[in-house]
Design a protein around this ligand. Structure first.
Ligand SMILES: C[S@@+](CC[C@H](N)C(=O)[O-])C[C@H]1O[C@@H](n2cnc3c(N)ncnc32)[C@H](O)[C@@H]1O
Length: 370
């Protein structure tokens, strides 16, 4: 018998756990809140079109079906053993379908494929493998960078049952068995350890797999450690806001059920409409955010339904402790700039949106505007 009792991380190495991934996933997903996820992704892909990015694609369970349905799919995963299985799945497909499907090694927190996608999916709770807030934010930033302006990003997380994510005296108890896909032997799986870390919002579980011969001999045994970060719905909403993502829809399962405690968190996200922030926009400083807020107030106070550089410059002048306002103050031009901007805003031509440009004098061109 091979006993790899030293615990390793899920999906880290080739072996019993990855060999039975598809059979185990099928048995765990059936009847669970994740049931129906593939149909959900197919429906969304029909709306957005391709290409589709499947992040944490694993063995290609979802990616292959999307490619069969006619979409171009790129699958990315951190685990080389899982990618190897995905590659084998691809080899079994028709050449035409396989031509639409590719798999590549990558980490969702640092991903940089140099292209964008109409639909990005993260099936079977991949996002929960980001174990810290920093990693979550890095992953969201990376996924957003790969999202087309009109694209959709789907995140799937379990909604934490709070009594199950804290330490308890109860034995872990979960387990089951299935048939090994190639050897035909019986394989048992059991959660043999549980050490949740509520302070870090982690569930940490040891899963032990055993392959058993017909005569009952344990041929192979391996224990792997699963660590996942759980997050509440309100925390996710704040993360999305920080990451420049807007919630288009939120479900409690993949059949369109309403959000419900302890069910699935299925988030459909997009980039905010009219967002001018690009993936290259560096983080705004708190002062810049305040200044933009002030500029918004100034625009609203004048009945303007948009935010222009004219509002921003007035807000900058209002803040002499900021560099821009301070420089104008020191050069003694703050009042003159404010008066000139207000004069332009209040001029007749301003509301028509063109003749005020001429008031800027020589050098005004079409690129100088709101
Ligand atoms: C539960 S499996 C889901 C596989 C597949 N999405 C499915 O639905 O069958 C989680 C997958 O996420 C991958 N993964 C974990 N952390 C990752 C990361 N930082 N970047 C990319 N993939 C990651 C694992 O290697 C594993 O294949």
């Amino acid at each position: 018998m091979t006993d790899q009792s030293a615990r390793r991380a899920f999906y880290e190495a080739d072996g019993l756990a990855t060999e039975i991934y598809d059979a185990l996933a099928a048995s765990l997903i059936a009847g669970s809140p994740v049931d129906g996820d593939i149909d959900f992704y197919l429906g969304l892909a029909a709306e957005t079109g391709g290409p589709v990015l499947d992040v944490g694609c694993g063995t290609g369970r979802v990616a292959a079906v999307l490619a069969q349905a006619g979409f171009e799919v790129v699958g990315v995963d951190l685990s080389v053993p899982m990618l190897r299985l995905a590659g084998r799945r691809r080899e079994r497909l028709d050449a035409e379908v396989a031509g639409r499907l590719s798999f590549t090694h990558g980490d969702m927190t640092t991903l940089d494929l140099g292209r964008d996608f109409a639909l990005i999916i993260t099936p079977s709770r991949v996002f929960q493998f980001a174990l810290t807030s920093d990693a979550q934010r890095q992953a969201l930033a990376a996924l957003r960078r790969h999202l087309r302006p009109s694209g959709r990003l789907v995140l799937d997380l379990f909604d934490p049952l709070l009594d199950l994510v804290v330490p308890s005296e109860d034995p872990p108890g979960r387990g089951g068995e299935l048939v090994h896909p190639t050897s035909g032997n019986r394989v048992t799986w059991e959660v043999t350890g549980r050490s949740p870390d509520p302070a870090r919002q982690l569930i940490v579980e040891d899963w032990t797999y055993r392959e058993i011969s017909e005569s009952g001999e344990v041929l192979r045994s391996v224990t792997e450690r699963l660590a996942l970060r759980w997050s509440t719905r309100s925390e996710m909403r704040l993360l999305f806001e920080l990451s420049g993502l807007e919630v288009e829809a939120e479900y409690g399962d993949f059949r369109g059920g309403p959000p419900a405690y302890g069910r699935e968190q299925v988030w459909v996200l997009r980039r905010p409409a009219g967002s001018t922030m690009t993936e290259d926009t560096p983080t705004l400083t708190p002062r810049m955010k305040r200044t933009m807020g002030r500029a918004g107030e100034l625009a609203r106070a004048r009945g303007h339904a948009y935010l222009g550089t004219e509002h921003l410059i007035l807000a900058l002048i209002d803040d002499p402790l900021g560099i821009a306002g301070g420089v104008m103050e020191r050069l003694g031009c703050a009042d003159a700039v404010r008066d000139e901007v207000i004069r332009i805003i209040e001029s007749d031509g301003y509301s028509r949106g063109s003749s005020w440009l001429e008031r800027l004098g020589p050098g005004g061109d079409e690129n100088r505007g709101r």
